[in-house]
Design a protein around this ligand. Structure first.
Ligand code: CP
Length: 293
């Protein structure tokens, strides 16, 4: 693994090794011995991913090159490739990148000689979010085999849905999708079911935000909760032991009722906490592959 770009490059064994390493990172922190610089290049807004990478890097003893595209030479037209090549030249040992282009990785991977971690690629992939989601599910159920999993919401515009559906299938879960007609993505080859069927059968409900920023027209949301969202009545009908995930940020009162965001079944803030340990694990594993201990 030269770079960490997609869940598709991970085997089942790689994923279980990352779960174990994330657990160890929670119990005991072993910082890197030599001075290392991590460049956090976020070309799209982020709270969780950026901050949890920052905490993960600091816990591992890395020094952070914090980058703001608004005050950088990107404003003068510098490309992503030249930006990353520059950071590499001035001493970055690792680049964490989020960018609005679905395929930004393609311009970099063969030409950049430091490890790159994908922190979000357009509508296509969000592999570190996927790994922290899987870690959260694994901690809860200790298996994925035959677990009923439904991803509900704006699937068409969600990089999380794309990464998670593929990874969950690889691990043996039964993946279903549920979406309003204009949020369906038929390039994902999983069955669509209606919201009430999803509530009845699922061990894990994964809700997604309506990604207004990726829509051409503003979507109407006044009836969304009642028609496609997780209301209190629906939460009451979930299976015993079933849990709720959401990558966040959450639109309270749109895809999920406000009062359920922190209910007993919700693992939404647990996902954020797990994100720090999973990102520590991913950084450690990747740098080890490059011979950096
Ligand atoms: N889940 C997620 O990627 O959140 P941020 O956009 O805040 O990083």
């Amino acid at each position: 693994m030269k770079h960490f770009l997609s869940v598709e490059q991970l085997t089942e064994q790689d994923m279980f090794e990352l779960f174990q390493l994330a657990k160890r990172c929670r119990e005991e922190i072993t910082p890197f011995k030599k001075q290392l610089f991590a460049a956090n290049l976020f070309f799209e807004p982020s709270t969780r991913t950026k901050m949890s990478f920052t905490v993960a890097e600091r816990k591992l003893g890395l020094e952070i090159l914090d980058f703001n595209p608004e005050t950088s030479s990107v404003k003068k037209g510098e490309t992503l490739y030249d930006t990353v090549r520059t950071l590499e030249a001035i001493g970055a040992d690792l680049a964490i990148i989020r960018h609005h282009d679905d395929d930004w990785m393609e311009t970099l991977t063969d030409h950049i000689s430091i490890p790159i971690i994908n922190a979000g690629a357009g509508k296509k992939e969000h592999p570190t979010q996927s790994m922290l989601d899987l870690f959260t599910i694994y901690e809860e159920f200790q298996t994925f085999k035959d677990l009923n999993m439904t991803i509900i919401g704006d699937i068409k515009h969600s990089r999380v849905a794309h990464s998670n559906a593929k990874a969950l299938e690889k691990l043996g879960a039964n993946v279903h999708l549920c979406a309003a007609p204009n949020f369906k993505d038929h390039s994902l080859n999983y069955p669509y079911i209606d919201i009430d069927q999803a509530i009845k059968q699922s061990d894990v409900i994964m809700l997604l935000r309506i990604q207004h920023e990726r829509h051409q027209h503003l979507s109407e949301t006044s009836d969304y909760l009642k028609t496609f969202g997780l209301t209190r009545d629906r939460e009451n009908m979930m299976k015993d032991g079933a849990i709720i995930l959401h990558p966040a940020p959450v639109n309270r009162g749109v895809e999920i009722a406000d009062s359920i965001v922190e209910c007993e079944r919700s693992r939404i803030f647990k996902q954020m906490e797990n994100g720090v340990y999973m990102r520590m694990a991913i950084i450690k594993k990747l740098l080890q592959k490059w011979g950096i201990e």
